[in-house]
Design a binder for this molecule. Structure first.
Ligand code: C5P
Length: 227
């Protein structure tokens, strides 16, 4: 069977506020996406890597790879208008006859570890076609009501979801045959909407942050040494 890592990097990164989408910003002296791909590859190397890029970044990415001597083999697929569309474009290229497991990972999370990947792989089985890494919520949480007022909620019943998420390839291919809805913010939500409700949760890692706001890259560089 062929295992695959899908890395979605086709976002415009509008919240990050840099000239460049966040996945191409500098981390440890080169575009962040390179660290994401290398760490994902080291965490589970027996998998083909597909990188999803927006059409207007494909040429630029190839130039970056040449400039920085980045030679880790990967295939490129072009993205769509939302994260789910981007994942779907990659999933549509998978071969249902040969596919094994598939991870889907955000380019903007460069800190994936081998320990987390081992936890994910250990939990994938016949009764759990998907495994997602989660962490407790440390901020207090308020729910905004329709009238604009707000109320505090019990944060202990919530978990924040990270990537990589790991799936049985056949189940993922089937789940992505459905129409893409705006509520699909991750692949677990796509699987659930397709009826795959018994997903396993494993511990994520609080260092596995998604670069979203200015300052996040500086935080990563402070916390961890280069891979
Ligand atoms: O915007 P957000 O941080 O939720 O995006 C998560 C990941 O999905 C990022 O790595 C981003 O590049 C990717 N994405 C994508 N195609 C889109 C939107 C986001 O590949 N249309």
């Amino acid at each position: 069977a062929e295992n695959v890592h899908i890395v979605v990097a086709a976002g415009s990164g509008s919240r990050y506020g840099a000239d460049m989408p966040k996945q191409f910003c500098d981390l440890w002296g080169r575009p962040l996406l390179m660290t994401t791909l290398e760490r994902l590859h080291s965490s589970a190397h027996d998998a083909r890597i597909i990188v999803v890029l927006s059409a207007d970044m494909v040429e630029g990415w190839r130039e970056m790879c040449a400039e920085y001597g980045f030679t880790l083999p990967h295939d490129i697929v072009t993205g769509g208008p939302s994260r789910a569309h981007s994942v779907k474009n990659a999933v549509d290229t998978l071969c249902p006859e040969t596919v094994g497991w598939v991870t889907v990972h955000d380019a903007a999370r460069p800190m994936v570890t081998g320990d987390m990947m081992r936890r994910l792989l250990a939990a994938l089985d016949d009764s759990h076609p998907g495994v997602i890494p989660v962490v407790s919520v440390t901020d207090s949480i308020r729910q905004i009501l329709p009238d604009g007022s707000s109320v505090s909620v019990d944060r202990s019943i919530y978990r924040a979801v990270q990537t990589p998420q790991l799936f049985d390839g056949h189940a993922l291919i089937e789940a992505y045959r459905q129409e893409i809805m705006p509520s699909f913010t991750d692949d677990a939500s796509v699987m659930e909407a397709a009826g795959y409700t018994s997903l396993a949760l494993v511990d994520g890692d609080t260092s596995n942050i998604k670069v979203t706001n200015p300052g996040d890259i500086a935080r990563i560089e402070l916390n961890g040494p280069a891979a």
